[in-house]
Design a protein around this ligand. Structure first.
Ligand code: M6R
Length: 361
């Protein structure tokens, strides 16, 4: 798992860079993605379906598509689709996301969409997998084989690919002009060196201080808003999968509606508070936690003094455009889970009761 966490800067380069058409401010996928601009513009909605960590990518895919392509999206846990009413599918494109391309719930949902007359775009990491073969269109992530049961680099690759998809659909629908497309692609290229900065000695020391707070915890809460709400969910899933500490991810606005009752010095909060539209509200959440005796681990940009004064530990990240912040913010949370699980002597690469690929419904 540690190796796979550290490979993520390369995953960015492998999944994205050859597909960028810098001059046109656009993205070109391979032959498996055979949509022309007209067809992409004809869809009235996009649906994202997946399971587990890939479901968290799906949540981000929806937000990115809505933001860059102005196309309404929705997200559904793939195992729930079977029970949904049979509405017309002709105006919709369904994106099914799966690292392995073999997850039974996701394949079942794909086949059900197709049986209802809809088209499926598969997003997967394994060439030749069932999703790759059976989806109507495919985008492959180029993460390399993921062996650790807890998904890390595959999630990262999925989010990169979804960003590319959002740019492509935004350009096709003329929501983005070439200049806007170029800016978005530049942002992605500039991310590479910033990611490298997440693996230094200062970051490792910060992970250790945060792990001191989590290791003895009975449970904890992960909070984020907007684009970093899926990252809160993913941070919580990673921690519970490999450390067996109970963790729940919440949209931070929900905190006052129930979870706040859990907060105590033994029940810390991990809060994602990087710059952008949610920053001030996240700081208020952190103040509320502190006022109730809770301990706070914050993900924040390096040198953020306000956050430094409020939080018990800060996991420092470089400042990046808000739309790319999930890619940066997820990494210290993976590192934190890894460190806590290591200290607790867990079987990190093969956590109990879990299989890498869940091939039964
Ligand atoms: O291969 P898939 O992406 O379809 O797998 C989906 C989930 O089973 C998977 O993400 C699972 O949640 C991981 N253990 C998460 O770390």
């Amino acid at each position: 798992m540690l190796k796979e966490i550290e490979e993520q800067p390369d995953v960015l380069a492998r999944t994205a860079f050859e597909r960028l058409r810098d001059e046109e401010g656009d993205v070109e996928f391979e032959d498996g993605f055979a949509f022309g601009d007209d067809e992409l513009s004809s869809f009235r909605r996009l649906r994202f379906m997946a399971m587990g960590t890939s479901f968290h990518s799906a949540l981000l895919g929806k937000l990115m598509l809505e933001e860059l392509a102005a196309l309404p999206g929705d997200t559904l846990n793939a195992s729930e689709f079977l029970y949904s009413p049979r509405l017309p599918e002709q105006d919709a494109l369904t994106v099914v996301i799966s690292q392995s391309g073999e997850t039974a719930d996701s394949l079942r949902a794909m086949r059900e969409v197709q049986a209802r007359g809809g088209q499926v775009l598969g997003l997967c990491n394994v060439r030749g997998s069932t999703l790759d073969r059976e989806a109507d269109h495919v985008i492959l992530t180029h993460c390399g084989p993921e062996v650790g049961v807890a998904s890390t680099k595959a999630f990262f690759g999925q989010v990169v690919a979804l960003y590319l998809l959002a740019v492509r659909v935004g350009r096709a629908r003329r929501v983005l002009d070439a200049a806007a497309g170029r800016r978005l692609l530049d942002d992605l290229r500039h991310l590479r060196p910033k990611l490298d900065a997440l693996f230094g000695a200062e970051e490792q020391a910060a992970t250790g201080r945060a792990a001191d707070l989590l290791e003895p915890a009975a449970g904890c809460l992960f909070l984020g808003r907007s684009l970093n709400y899926p990252i809160a969910l993913e941070g919580a899933l990673k921690l519970k999968e490999i450390s067996y500490i109970h963790a729940e991810g919440y949209a931070a606005g929900e905190m006052k509606h129930g979870p706040i009752a859990l907060i105590s010095p033994e029940f810390p909060v991990v809060a994602i508070a990087t710059p952008g539209r949610t920053y001030e509200k996240m700081l208020s959440n952190i103040e509320e936690v502190r006022a109730r005796g809770g301990r706070v681990i914050a993900v924040g940009v390096r040198g953020d003094q306000r956050l430094g004064e409020l939080a018990d530990a800060v996991l420092p990240v470089p400042e990046v455009p808000e739309l790319l912040s999930p890619l940066v913010n997820v990494i210290p949370l993976q590192q934190l889970s890894y460190e806590v699980a290591l200290r607790l002597g867990r079987e990190i690469d093969q956590p109990r009761n879990l299989a890498k690929s869940v091939t039964v419904e």
